[in-house]
Design a protein. Sequence first.
Length: 287
Amino acid sequence: MSRMWGRAADWYRPNPAVTCALVVVLVSLWTAVYSVSILGALWRLRDPNAPMPILSVRDQAADLAVLVVQLALGTIAITAVAYLRRSDIGELLPRRQGTAVDAAVAWCAAIAAASALALVLDRLSVARFDFSVPAVVESPALAVLTALSAGLREEPLLAALPVLLLVGRIPIGWVMILAGCMRGLLYLFFGGGGFVWAALWGAAAVWVYFKYRRLWVLVVVHGIAMNIQVLDRVIPLDSAATLLQWANILIMFGALTMWLVPRALGGIPSTPVSDEVPRPTTPPVER
């Protein structure tokens, strides 16, 4: 807990004005890159009973082009930040822990927990969580491609970049809150419960990247595990939707069980597992 809310390193003394400027830059980039999604989510939140928009093949192709641009911007941003901070970021980030399976299980468990909470809030009429297809599409195949590629659209900019940009400057817990809120606002088209849902697993994505540093795992889980039901659009079986929904439930809540059981039985290892060579210790340096 102290690592989540405490300083990353005593020797690192970032300039508060620069930190505030970097937060503004991050939020501004998020606003510019996801402006269409934000406006669409706010429109749907205001009028949840409005007819679903109809996307032509041309609209869907344009959306895929936007996805490519978002991926390119995310890749450029995280590469540039990692290069500019190469002198200190290696000391500010913790050692990469666990395996890719550990990272996938942890994030799927967080998604399952967030989904359960959002459903409860919806049942109690506290926050609407209308998990439905947000558009009628002309090309099911392009819809599937877009859904399976969703991780490429979001994870570089909303999970990796906040960590690389702000680690050491503010506690990772605040980075999780900031990134989670940005993610949640993109999912307001599912209602207020959609914000809670996405904010929770969006914050968890930041922690998973911070701890495991496997961006590709986040991309794969987001694209496949979270959107497996979209394959119903191209599978010519009447029972496909039901089977895929159950597959999604088994993946998510199976991962939640796998994550909870060892901890409930006291099976947490006392020493973190790392697949990296231990770093040499360095004396504190005033900066």
